[in-house]
Design a protein around this ligand. Sequence first.
Ligand code: PLP
Length: 417
Amino acid sequence: MNLISDIDGVAHVEGVALPAIAARFGTPCYVYSRAALTAAYDAYAAALAGRDARICYAVKANSNLAILNVFARLGAGFDIVSGGELARVVAAGGDPAKVVFSGVGKTRAEMRQALEAGIYCFNVESASELEHLNTVAGELGKRAPIALRVNPNVDPKTHPYISTGLKSAKFGVAFDAARELYRRARDLPHLEIRGIDCHIGSQLLDPQPAADAAAKVLELVDALAADGIVFSHIDLGGGMGIRYQDENVLSTADYLAPMLGVLKDRKEKLLVEPGRSLVGNAGLLLTRVEVLKHGEEKNFAVVDAAMNDLARPALYDAWHTIRKVGAGDTVATAAQRYEIVGPICESGDFLGHDRELALAEGDLLAILSAGAYGMAMSSNYNTRPRVAEVMVDGAAAHLIRRRETVAELLAPESLLP
Ligand SMILES: *Cc1c(COP(=O)(O)O)cnc(C)c1O
C-alpha cells in the first residue's frame, strides 16, 4: 500500500494532509501511518497462518513507544538488542515472555535485567556468552532459555554493512562449531536449550538466501536430535527488503514462500524477526526547503532535515524517493535537477542526489520509506534537537515524540569547577 495518497493535489497520510501536520507540529518531523504498520504486520500474520509462529518485531528498526504499542496490541513479540530496548518493550505494553534478545555484546547487567523480566529466549552469539549467561543465571537461581545464533555462511546479496551471515561477520557462531557448543550448553546447569536462530542480513530482495539458510539450520537441527538435543523453536531472523526506488519487491507471502517450503510441516514453533519490512514504508520524513542555490554545475535545495535526522543516504548511499507535498506550495517553477542537502557541515550531508523537482523556498518535501532506521539512527550532531514524530490514525494525527529542545541537549553536560 502507498503511504501517501493525493487528495485534491495535496499529499495525505490516511485522512490527514501533510501541510496540516507541518503547520501543527513543525518540520522536520517523521510521520507514520497506523494503518500501514498494521497492514505490514497482517501480511506476515497471513503468510504464517496455520503454522505455530510468532512475529518478533526487531525493535532497533524503530523503537518509538507508540509503534511498539501498535505491534504489542496486534500480538507481536519483540527482538531486542539491548537492555534499553527491553525497557522500551515493557513501557510500551509488550510481553517480555515474547521477547528474544539478540546481540554480540550483551553485558551481565543486561542479562540480569532480561532474566528478571522473564524473556522468552536469549539468542547467544558466542561461546563466552554461554558461560557468562550460565554464571549470571546461576547467581539469580534461574535457568536462562537460550538459542544459538548460527552463521549459515550464505551470501544474502545485499549491502556489506547489512550483511550479517557470512563467515567473516562478527555475528553468530560458526556453523561448524554449533554442534559442539550446543553440547556444552546442554551440560551447563543454568541454561535451558530452547531453540536455534539465524539472521543473515537486511534489505534482502531475493528469497533464496533465506530459504538456503533455513535448509542449513534444519540440517543442524536434525544432527543435534541425534545428540538428544531437541528444540521447541526455530528462529529465522528478519531481513526482508522493501521498495525504496524501483526494486522488484516480492509480497511478504511470496518472499516467505521458499523458506516455508523448506520448513514444510516441521513442528517446531517458527519465529521471524522482521524490522524494516514492518515499518520502513509506513513512515516518511517531512521537511521544508529553506534555501535554493542555483550554481553553474549544480543546484542545491537546502532543507531543514539533515544526515543527523536520516543517516541512511550518508551511511549507505541509500536512495529515498523525495516528492513535493503539493498545495500550499508556492507557484510551481520549472523543474530542475537538485542536490537535496541538509545544513550540516559535511559533504556527506545529503538526502538525495540529482532529483528533478520544481521547487521554491518554503516548499514541503516528503522523504519516503523513512520509517525504518530513520529516527532510530538519528543523532544530535551539530546540536540539532531530534525531530518530532507523529502517528496518523484515520483522521487523527497524534504526537508520539515531541521535538527535543536545545536546553535538553545541554542538560547532561557540566563545566569544569
Ligand atoms: C536488525 C536485525 C533484524 C531485523 O532486520 P530487518 O532487516 O530490519 O528486518 C532481525 N534480527 C536481528 C538479529 C537483527 O540484528
